[in-house]
Design a protein around this ligand. Sequence first.
Ligand SMILES: [Zn+2]
Ligand SMILES: [Zn+2]
Length: 386
Amino acid sequence: MKAVVMRADWEPRPDARLDETQLRTRKAPANLVWRRPTFSWEEVGLPAPGVGEVLLRIRRCGVCGSDTHCYETDDAGYVLFSGPTRLPCVVGHEYSAEVVELGKGVQNLRVGDLVCAEGMLGCGVCEACRVGRPNQCPRLEMVGFSAPGAFAEYVVANERFLWNLAPLADRLGSAAAALELAALVEPIGCAFNGMFVSSTPAPPGGWVGVFGCGPIGLGAVALARAAGAAGIAAFDVVPERCALALELGADIALHPGECDPADVLRTMSGGWGADMIVEAAGAAQLTMPFIERAFAPGGRMVYLGRTGQRAPVLLDVLVTQAAGIVGARGHVGGGCFPRILRLMERGRLPVRSMITCRLPFAHTLEALVQSTDRRNGKVLVDYDGV
Ligand SMILES: [Zn+2]
Ligand SMILES: [Zn+2]
């Protein structure tokens, strides 16, 4: 079958400090070890489903910011993505698909079912997995980074990572519409995990600020709206993305260089400040000086963006405002997938307009390039009719 494969040179940075397992398995934070990445079409073997697994025909797959960060490099040629990566690997992880073959012992799926998939494959037996922190599993495999991804005709997945789309397709009256929305569950799940699982959520009637209006920030805007925020202010340097934020439920969307975001949040909230601030820009060195001035009493900042750079922050404000900063990685556990699907089924998460670019499967490489200009919401690859 045809697949888009990422390759790069294994050249750990001199200061990388890798442990023995990382050196042996060559699975390590990509930005520390993988240099000069390439993406190309390759012919790879059709995978066969093992016990508890199914063979899936991919129908839609979104381009993730992490894919973009694998495509892009720093001055020394290292990829920007900092998650655990083992190459070569078929890329792509934000997918929806159709079950075409069952392995032995599959309990909950049948051939023909439509599904979407979690992309973080916790081992299920370590302490992190068993205490309910599967996103922090030390043996985590990530679809499209260390496990075979979905920019391919087929992929194999264990049924415990899959969610059935039958209720969504029924409610929408369209399999195609369900497959499109379902490809957005993974990025929105990252926002859900940060805002509702890792952090004390902003209460209904609270004030929310969102820095960065890529798909995860836009998901945060839509979720804050669904959760009853009194007001949402969003900030992004790209005008197109500010327009999308307004469409998805923000009350204000501004270029952070053309206003003082802390003042905007204070003014919007009548002086109270933000009950929740989501950092999805991955630019904490620029956003923290605003965020530290914008906390409401008891306010929370959720850090979702990734950057290898240190950020200046005056921690004294956490004392004065009894505020908190939490980080979150991933989209697994805590009910992220089923709850987002239910919001979608009931029309409470109108996020379809987030998809601003659709390209056929044959144009997957163009889709990756397209994502680097950061003008789109979600770039979606469509495998139907190709
Ligand atoms: Zn993603
Ligand atoms: Zn585990």
